[in-house]
Design a binder for this molecule. Structure first.
Ligand SMILES: Cc1ncc(COP(=O)(O)OP(=O)(O)O)c(N)n1
Ligand SMILES: Cc1nc(C(=O)O)sc1CCOP(=O)(O)O
Ligand SMILES: [Mg+2]
Length: 201
């Protein structure tokens, strides 16, 4: 699986309608704490928008809905993975991205046969409470050696200014939430990310 180097993560289909038309090629819909009807409607809208704009959509957590809505990819954390029906995910032809935060989780992720592996948080993140200290770039380089030839996604506290370090350490792709969604001008920041990742595309 070849990943675009810019992986935008958003919490609603409205964001996808705003930002994907700017040229985003890889987006994750990450919605927490909503009921199934809401999630299904959001996934459907996101899928339609992404299909129109040639953007790959990854659904976070909700693999059953992703299958039912004919999506292409899901991202699961370790607890999500333990509870998921991997055979059903594979039968549906879904691509699978997995989180990892330590060597034990990396081993479990690789054993599940993913299409990419994510490592985080590379830098401190304000998005969610994490029990792991920032991993840093040396850890990322170590992960690259263990994960290749699968693509490696870096996540956590990333900004355009931090991208060269992250890609030079071995990441194939950089995922972001806060730096774009909480920017005063998310459209302009999305363009900054697209420009900053051009050289890695
Ligand atoms: C690309 C990417 N990497 C890591 C995560 C985190 O997934 P998870 O550990 O399941 O945590 P939540 O995002 O569900 O809170 C991700 N979503 N995407
Ligand atoms: C959702 C998520 N998962 C992480 C992990 O390490 O698995 S770090 C993270 C937050 C990423 O958001 P931001 O770009 O705002 O720091
Ligand atoms: Mg999850």
């Amino acid at each position: 699986m070849r990943l675009d180097p810019f992986y935008l993560i958003v919490d609603g289909a409205d964001w996808i309608e705003r930002l994907v038309p700017l040229g985003v090629r890889l987006v994750q819909l990450r919605i927490k704490g909503r009921d199934e009807a809401y999630l299904r409607a959001e996934i459907r809208r996101a899928r339609e928008t992404c299909a129109r704009h040639g953007c790959r959509l990854v659904v976070n957590d909700h693999w059953r809905l992703a299958i039912e809505e004919g999506c292409e990819a899901v991202h699961l954390g370790q607890e999500d993975l333990a509870a998921a029906d991997r055979a059903a995910i594979r039968r549906a032809g879904l691509r699978l991205g997995l989180s990892s935060h330590d060597p034990r989780e990396l081993e479990a992720a690789l054993a599940a046969g993913p299409d990419y592996v994510a490592l985080g948080p590379i830098y401190p993140t304000v998005l969610k409470r994490m029990t792991w200290a920032p991993q840093g770039l040396d850890r990322l380089a170590d992960w690259k050696r263990r994960v290749a030839p699968l693509p490696l996604v870096a996540i956590g506290g990333l900004t355009p200014e931090r991208l060269s370090g992250v890609f030079e350490a071995g990441a194939d792709c950089a995922a972001v939430v806060t730096d774009v969604l909480r920017h005063p001008d998310p459209e302009a920041r999305t363009r900054d990310w697209l420009a900053a990742t051009t050289v890695w595309r």
